[in-house]
Write a protein that binds this ligand. Structure first.
Ligand SMILES: O=C(O)CCC(=O)C(=O)O
Ligand SMILES: [Fe+2]
Length: 355
């Protein structure tokens, strides 16, 4: 059937695609604007504290027990609306742009260009290096790469850092996913330690949450977060036109641990469906700082991002002088470069335990 008729998931993707959603967001789960009236969600109580990792020299979380929700129709889909300090979001953006997309982590550009060790973002932001082209790979490397050779010739030319930064769509963290074998290559790259600590803190906090009255309702996450470790992950970079088609993340050997996912920058609509594309997905507005965890059943569910919402980056990220005086600003004084990027992009950083 699914081959002949349009699936419910595909219909929803079309409904939310760019340019035709003005009033449709009324039906989306939007915890920042109307949590109480939202019939699709149920408030829950975290049973464990969200502890700041010892490795980070400032506060990451605003509350130890922030408000949290599950989706009624999607058991195991947990949401924590932005529990982060503004500083933590700036720190995370910085990590995702400067620390993550560097060798040995892989990026989508690797097949065509020699990824600079200092990150494209750093090169594009630096007046002394931004006009030096990144060399393209030798033709034989391109032909040997496990990818379809793109039709547009631009990929076979050297590129300027700022132009290539716009083409950077993802990088992989920890065990690197091999698109040819469709398996993880083990031991290829250490997972960023700070991001791992942050993801572990979230995994612990969401362990067996309770009903909002402290009752023990089934919230769909039985996994003991103390066993969680970020073994593989992806940082996705979305410009305003980018989308992610519906899919299930099922490469991991074991699927019992939550997949934890963070958003920074522009908001988006996230669709969470069921085990097949025939289940009608629920649209959720994800905003900067929101934590989404796919636990239990929902770990096997179709999901995707049909649209990124223009003009939604919060002031503390897109203001060129944001955070002046805080720990992050002291370490990274060039915030205006980040502000420029975050005004037009969404970053998603996610972590999985694979074994
Ligand atoms: O960008 C998102 O929120 C979803 C990303 C995702 O589904 C993935 O990387 O597998
Ligand atoms: Fe996914």
């Amino acid at each position: 059937m699914t081959h002949l008729t349009q699936t419910a998931f595909r219909k929803a993707e079309k409904k939310y695609k760019r340019g035709q959603l003005a009033h449709d967001l009324d039906n989306a789960v939007d915890l920042a604007n109307k949590p109480a009236v939202n019939q699709a969600v149920r408030a829950i109580r975290l049973a464990h504290d969200l502890e700041d990792p010892a490795t980070v020299p400032f506060r990451l979380f605003t509350h130890k027990r922030p408000p949290a929700y599950v989706l009624r129709d999607h058991p195991g889909l947990l949401l924590i609306p932005n529990p982060f300090t503004d500083e933590a979001q700036r720190w995370l953006a910085r990590k995702c742009l400067c620390d993550c997309p560097r060798p040995p982590n892989r990026t989508n550009l690797d097949a065509f260009f020699d990824t600079p060790p200092e990150s494209l973002f750093a090169l594009a932001s630096d007046a002394t290096t931004c006009s030096q082209p990144i060399s393209n790979r030798a033709e034989k490397d391109i032909l040997m790469a496990d990818v379809t050779l793109p039709k547009d010739r631009v990929y076979t030319q050297p590129g300027l850092p700022a132009a290539l930064l716009e083409r950077q769509r993802w990088c992989t963290l920890g065990m690197q996913y091999n698109w040819t074998t469709k398996e993880y290559d083990r031991g290829t790259s250490p997972f960023d330690q700070d991001i791992d600590c942050l993801m572990r803190a979230i995994a612990i906090a969401i362990t067996r949450p309770e009903g909002s009255a402290g009752d023990s309702v089934d919230t769909g996450n039985e996994y003991d977060g103390n066993s969680f470790a970020s073994e593989a992950g992806i940082v996705n970079y979305y410009d305003e036109r980018a989308t992610m088609a519906g899919h299930v993340d099922k490469t991991e050997e074991k699927m019992d641990a939550p997949l934890i996912s963070l958003s920074i920058g522009l908001s988006c609509v996230f669709l969470i469906g069921g085990m097949t594309r025939d289940t009608e997905p629920t649209p959720i507005v994800l905003r900067s700082g929101d934590v989404l965890a796919m636990c239990g059943e929902s770990r096997m569910a179709y999901h995707g991002v049909p649209v990124v919402l223009d003009g939604t980056t919060p002031e503390f990220l897109n203001n060129p002088s944001a955070g002046t005086g805080d720990v992050v600003a002291a370490t990274y004084p060039e915030w205006h470069h980040f502000a420029g990027y975050l005004t037009h992009h969404r970053i998603n950083c996610n972590a999985r335990k694979c074994s």
